[in-house]
Design a protein around this ligand. Structure first.
Ligand code: NDP
Length: 237
């Protein structure tokens, strides 16, 4: 039984389908993409697993926590939380407003903290918390990333601390750092795509499915916790 936040599109949608293929029933959240979320629900059901989608804005504290409660109720428990929902606001330092700072930190950090806290309260031994960070938490290759990198780097601390906090209960916490992945957030034919691809060792964007395969591995392995995994085509190499 797994909850994938932001599961209607991109990395989250691929992860929801991949976890279903591995045998999980899946809950997912979305904000605007109700129809896209229903497409993912149908894809999961086509694999013979149960699926539910709930609207829950990770930037709203009550909704971030409520999404975990609703998922656990709908599925009958929670074994895996994938903290995937995130927003990217990039731009020069002086252009970032207080509202930008509050929004990005609310979705990318506070919502992840609250969902992890709520999930930990419901998980039993074998629980898995997997958070989607970013290659920008490890290496910022140019200007414009102050806010986004701040938010994603915070998740490294959260992950390591969760590992220590929950290890005694047999619950693991790990973080995955995608490099440039072809999604709506960062299309492989976007204006900055060529430069991003050139920064990887493999010379290309990754796919959402490639990230999902790492998440699926972490969902099923037991002696890995507090660890960071780059799935970035060698961006950090
Ligand atoms: P997309 O923009 O393609 O998809 C985002 C998903 O998150 C959608 O399902 C969207 O729902 C949902 N979402 C957005 N805001 C919220 C919110 N406030 N609360 C709940 N759900 C929300 O993004 P990606 O798949 O590219 O990114 C997924 C994660 O991976 C993010 O955390 C991102 O920072 C990270 N990442 C992405 C990289 C990339 O190159 N693509 C690189 C490194 C990290 P809806 O359909 O309703 O809008």
């Amino acid at each position: 039984m797994a909850l994938v936040t932001g599961g209607s599109r991109g990395i989250g949608a691929a992860t929801a389908v991949r976890l279903a293929r591995e045998g999980a029933d899946v809950a997912l959240t979305y904000v605007n993409g109700k129809e896209a979320a229903q497409d993912v629900v149908r894809a999961v059901e086509a694999l013979g697993r149960r699926a539910v989608a709930h609207r829950a804005d990770g930037g709203d504290a009550a909704e971030a926590t409520g999404a975990v409660e609703r998922a656990a109720e709908a599925l009958g428990g929670l074994d895996v939380l994938v903290n995937n929902a995130g927003v990217g606001v990039l731009g020069p330092l002086e252009s970032l407003s207080l509202a930008d700072v509050d929004r990005v930190l609310a979705v990318n950090v506070r919502g992840v903290f609250l969902a992890s806290q709520a999930a930990a309260a419901r998980m039993t031994e074998g629980g898995r918390i997997i958070t989607i960070g970013s290659c920008m938490a490890q290496r910022v290759p140019g200007p414009g990333g102050t806010l986004y990198a701040t938010s994603k780097a915070a998740l490294i601390g959260l992950t390591k601390a969760l590992a220590r906090e929950l290890g005694g209960r047999g619950i693991t916490a790990n973080i995955v750092h995608p490099g440039p992945i072809d999604t709506d957030m960062n299309p492989a034919d976007g204006p900055y795509a060529a430069g991003q691809a050139a920064m990887t060792a493999l010379g290309r964007f990754g796919t959402a499915e490639e990230v999902a395969s790492m998440v699926a591995h972490l969902a099923t392995t037991s002696y890995v916790t507090g660890a960071e995994f780059s799935i970035d085509g060698g961006h950090a190499a």
